[in-house]
Design a protein around this ligand. Structure first.
Ligand code: ATP
Length: 303
């Protein structure tokens, strides 16, 4: 009888591997449209993650020869802290996330998680340890329950429901005629940007990674939805090391450290209050965005 099951076991193995591949691919699409160029070192071992201490040590990187994007970047994000990265468009913010996920290797310097250089560990274990909530989540043509649970190996219904609750999408699902069995994706129910993001948050809650990368949505959600999502993301970030690629400064105020990236280096870093007091690049950006916000609010009020 066991012999009969062996091929099934094998199929399960293939299935799990393909599924993991899909997850990695999704994360890849999230961060970039270029395929991974890195391979595991022959003696690569799984990463042993404790608290999720992330360090960049004098990291240099460029996509093309002769054009360095990161020119000696160093920062330290102790376990459980929140680091926000801000800076002008094209400064290299998303590049930092791609390097941490190891889609590329630095040309100089080191990236460490809990004292282990990420270039020396297996990519599968590294990506297991890092969660991402993308700007635009890919949904599979399957049930909403499946879409929430598929990031984890053994997500049972109670785990899926708990995650949905944590992501504040449980009531939305309960109101669907077929609940967790409702089909979503291209051939099913179309979810709004905010709802898709909540599915991504629920997935990440199930995965429970020690390190989290948030690539803040640039696309406009209405301000009530945005506030609600931010509150949920806040909960998600608790007890993890969180690196937020931020486009709007209003969302980084509570970070433990804000890095202001400019010309491939850290131009300034500190808490919001420290950076405002400094009166430098960050303070300029803050007052400019605050002015833009009040113009927008005045325009909305006039509508
Ligand atoms: P934004 O705020 O606009 O999202 P960013 O700070 O996240 O910008 P990155 O996406 O990290 O910026 O890009 C940094 C620089 O690297 C840009 O000048 C960009 O043109 C360049 N770049 C990004 N991806 C590639 C690539 N695959 N090949 C070549 N150059 C790239």
């Amino acid at each position: 009888l066991m012999q009969l099951f062996r091929p099934l076991d094998m199929l399960g193995w293939v299935y799990r591997n393909i599924r993991q591949g899909l997850i990695d691919m999704e994360a890849m699409f999230v961060l970039l449209d270029t395929p991974a160029e890195v391979v595991d070192a022959p003696d690569a071992r799984p990463i042993a993650v404790a608290g999720g201490h992330v360090r960049f040590e004098d990291v240099h990187f460029g996509y093309e020869d002769g054009r360095e994007i990161l020119k000696g970047l160093s920062f330290d994000a102790p376990p459980g802290t929140r680091l926000a990265i801000v800076g002008p468009s094209g400064a290299g913010k998303s590049t930092i996330a791609r390097l941490l996920y190891r889609f590329y290797d630095p040309t100089g310097g080191r990236i460490m998680i809990d004292g282990q250089e990420i270039a020396a560990v297996t990519q599968a274990s590294l990506r297991e340890a890092i969660g991402t909530v993308p700007q635009d989540t890919v949904l599979f043509n399957d049930t909403i329950g499946y879409n929430i649970g598929y990031g984890a190996d053994q997500a049972d219904q109670p785990a899926i429901e708990a995650a949905a609750q944590g992501a504040a999408i449980d009531r939305f699902i309960a109101a669907l005629p077929e609940g967790y069995d409702s089909m979503v994706g291209e051939r099913g129910l179309k979810l709004s940007g905010g709802e898709k993001q909540r599915v991504a948050i629920a997935r990440t809650l199930i995965k429970n990674p020690p390190v989290l990368i948030l690539d803040e949505a640039t696309s406009a959600l209405d301000s009530r939805t945005e506030e609600a999502i931010l509150a949920t993301l806040d909960r998600l970030a608790r007890d993890r090391t969180t690196i937020t690629i931020a486009h709007r400064l209003s969302t980084v105020v509570n970070s433990d450290t804000i890095l202001v990236l400019d010309e491939g280096r850290v131009a300034e870093s500190g808490t919001h209050d420290q950076l405002l007091a400094r009166g430098g690049v960050y303070a300029d950006m803050w007052f400019r965005q605050a002015a833009e916000r009040s113009v927008e609010e005045a325009a909305q009020a006039a509508e």
